[in-house]
Design a protein around this ligand. Structure first.
Ligand SMILES: O=C(CO)[C@@H](O)[C@H](O)[C@H](O)[C@H](O)COP(=O)(O)O
Ligand SMILES: [Zn+2]
Length: 187
């Protein structure tokens, strides 16, 4: 495939993703996250591989700054502490590396954002379950249908594709928008 064709495919998926239903669910997710952060409650973010990088990217925008000066926001990446991740996975189980951290950082009224293109990564599913048990709202950033994540998310933001890299590219567009809106509401 040529680069032009590759970019045209990416653009077509972005266009297919933009629907009134997506507007509604993203707005609800932004409201949940903004309300939590404005109240000083945490936004926990997790994912694997490229989505681990996305979790870091999102929390970096919110702890630091995105487009404007404002106070720091309590956004915590569960995919970036290599000591916690390797110790827990080595001694116990990779499937619980995120849920263990949810136990550590959860606060009722906070939000967990789980990122999984398949919607089926066990550690993300366990984190969503742990977050609900702790009284947190759950948001999923995922691919077509949302896999097993769909049943565990209060707000499911699904990109209509089953191709992981393509989904991730649209996730980036979506979470930059989400960060911009959160920043406006948490000034
Ligand atoms: O970045 C990529 C592919 O673009 C990979 O690292 C990808 O994130 C990994 O295979 C993940 O383990 C996929 O997990 P998930 O999105 O299905 O939860
Ligand atoms: Zn990748």
């Amino acid at each position: 495939m040529s680069l032009s064709a590759h970019l045209a495919t990416a653009a077509a998926l972005i266009q297919r993703t933009a629907t009134p239903a997506l507007d509604t669910v993203v707005e609800a997710a932004i409201t949940a996250m903004s309300d939590a952060l404005r109240g000083g409650r945490p936004l926990l973010v997790c994912g694997n591989g490229g989505s681990a990088s996305d979790a870091m990217h999102i929390t970096g925008e919110l702890v630091g700054r995105f487009l404007k000066e404002r106070r720091a926001l309590k956004a915590i990446c569960l995919s970036s502490n290599s000591a916690v991740l390797t110790a827990w996975a080595n001694d116990y189980d990779y499937a619980t590396v995120f849920s263990r951290q949810v136990e550590a950082y959860a606060e009722p009224g906070g939000v967990l954002l789980g990122i999984s293109t398949s919607g089926n990564s066990a550690n993300v599913l366990n984190a969503l379950t742990a977050a609900r048990a702790a009284g947190m709202a759950t948001v999923g950033l995922t691919g077509d249908g949302g896999g097993k994540m769909a049943a565990l998310c209060d707000h499911l933001i699904a990109v209509p594709s089953r191709h992981t890299p393509d989904i991730q590219q649209v996730h980036l567009c979506l979470y930059h928008y989400i960060c911009e809106m959160i920043e406006m509401r948490c000034a």
